[in-house]
Design a protein around this ligand. Structure first.
Ligand SMILES: [Zn+2]
Length: 286
């Protein structure tokens, strides 16, 4: 069921992409359950893309409640090979101002209670995650942002926290002492699952606030996040429309074979039920 090779995951404030030709809405079930919402297949400036709002249209799924496995599996099952994810983030550095964009290069996992792998249940697998985001995609995006006049910071570290409450002041200072640049609640396990499914993945972060570390600043509130998100969403959509035609080329990055040598379980010991599930996303190996 090939529908689109490029996937877009919308975060807070990005639930629809206007001004594109919608081809169909796809409801899909995966061996891990249903994704956050139906997937919109659209023609964006001549490029076929699949759009999935991470929190559902109307924003009814909390970050820790998202069925990340179903979201990634569903995109893989309809043919997606590259994902651009969007996420609202808090800034941990003075120079990353509200409304700036950030393309993080690294991530620190502070989530606690999320199913973060397709493996397990009798098939043990470990993928490399030293460079969490697709390096090939990361080369394309900043140049495109620059041509649109969007401020985009690169080389930063993202903290992915569990939430749903925002950080305590002590946590915010701790993350700053780690030299992290931005913080959100939703990039993990999304990026890890995309890697296991051999999908190129990168996240574009949109800064909405200064978290709570800044003594002279207003501390993050939902109101503040939503107001800046609405402003950011316009830039996000413009950027997206400019990036999409540059994707879809030859994937000469490591993501393509990320799971090829991941499994350590002896073939005769692998759980047949689990192999059947894995076959839906990794048909070459199971
Ligand atoms: Zn890649």
């Amino acid at each position: 069921m090939k529908k689109a090779s490029i996937g877009i995951i919308g975060g807070s404030g990005l639930y629809e992409i206007e001004g594109v030709d919608i081809i169909e809405e796809v409801n899909i079930d995966t061996p891990w359950g249903s994704p956050s919402d139906s997937i919109t297949i659209a023609d964006v400036n001549g490029v076929r893309a699949a759009f999935l709002p991470r929190h559902g249209r109307g924003h009814y799924v909390m970050p820790h409640e998202i069925n990340f496995r179903a979201n990634i599996a569903a995109l893989k099952m309809i043919g997606v090979e590259e994902i651009i994810a969007f996420s609202a983030v808090g800034s941990l550095k003075e120079e990353i101002r509200p409304l700036d964009f950030v393309l993080p290069q690294q991530v620190i996992d502070r989530t606690k209670s999320r199913a973060s792998t397709f493996y397990g249940n009798g098939v043990v697998g470990h993928v490399a995650f030293a460079d969490p985001f697709c390096e090939r995609m990361q080369k394309i995006i900043p140049k495109t942002a620059e041509t649109l006049g969007i401020v985009m910071h690169t080389g930063e570290t993202l903290i992915c926290m569990e939430g749903p409450a925002f950080s305590s002041r002590a946590e915010s200072h701790l993350y700053r002492s780690w030299n992290a640049g931005v913080i959100n609640m939703s990039t993990l396990p999304e990026a890890k699952l995309a890697r296991e499914a051999e999908i190129c993945y990168t996240v574009i972060c949109m800064s909405t606030d200064y978290d709570c570390w800044k003594d002279d600043g207003d501390h993050v509130t939902v109101d503040m996040v939503v107001a800046n998100l609405t402003r950011n969403a316009e830039n996000a959509k413009a950027l997206l429309k400019a990036i999409l035609p540059k994707l879809g080329g030859k994937r000469d990055c490591g993501c393509v074979e990320a799971s090829k040598f991941a499994v350590i379980t002896a073939p005769e010991k692998q759980n047949p039920e689990q192999k059947k599930k894995l076959k839906t996303i990794l048909p070459d190996y199971f």
